[in-house]
Design a protein. Structure first.
Length: 207
């Protein structure tokens, strides 16, 4: 799925200009790649957030720069954590018939069998690097952990068979998730040990 996002080219890059852009609801951005000249652009903040919600983090966007639309993907963006706003965005020109690299999040699904015995699920990989054609890039990779018992592990190789149309750029023995055994409770010390020793270790009383 693709969605139209309007932009205008910008020539200025001074901090005062970029600050003014942000204060007026815009986001400075760059679009690059495919042997095309990089362009500095401005996009509307609300339009970008709406587009991301509609097409997803790895979705295809039709970026219309001053009346010239091109297929792009959002590759990166910087945020202001205090204001929860986007400060800058990077877009990549794409060819729908050419494979590209992308980062895709891993969603664990199901409840591990080992949790009923007190096991604790631990996720080791939260994002996977993949190579695929733009239309084949999933929003997320689903990893079913329901069969895992205590001390059992889900590896990258276990999910590759479910995604034959993409290349997962990780070794098959890399751990995605494991079910750890329950933590052992420490038994309280004996009263004698807690008091610092037994009676045999005490000084004899004077006669």
């Amino acid at each position: 799925m693709s969605n139209m996002l309007s932009a205008r080219e910008r020539k200025e890059s001074q901090n005062s200009f970029l600050t003014s852009v942000r204060q007026n609801g815009g986001i400075p951005a760059v679009v690059y790649g495919r042997n095309k000249e990089s362009k500095s652009i401005v996009i509307d903040s609300k339009d970008l957030i709406k587009t991301i919600k509609e097409v997803g983090r790895n979705g295809i966007i039709s970026l219309n720069v001053d009346g010239s639309p091109q297929n792009v993907m959002l590759t990166d963006y910087q945020t202001d954590s205090l204001k929860n706003t986007i400060l800058h965005a990077d877009f990549l020109y794409i060819d729908m018939s050419t494979e590209i690299n992308a980062q895709v999040r891993v969603n664990l699904t199901g409840t591990p069998a080992g949790e009923s015995e007190g096991g604790v699920l631990q996720q080791a990989i939260h994002d996977l690097s993949i190579t695929a054609k733009p239309n084949d890039i999933p929003e997320a990779i689903e990893a079913d952990v329901s069969p895992l018992g205590i001390n059992e592990t889900l590896y990258v190789g276990d999910i590759k068979k479910n995604y034959g149309n993409i290349l997962i750029n990780h070794e098959e023995d890399e751990v995605i998730a494991s079910v750890l055994p329950p933590r052992q409770q420490v038994e309280p010390a004996d009263e004698g040990e807690a008091d610092g020793g037994d009676a045999a270790g005490e000084e004899p009383a004077a006669e």
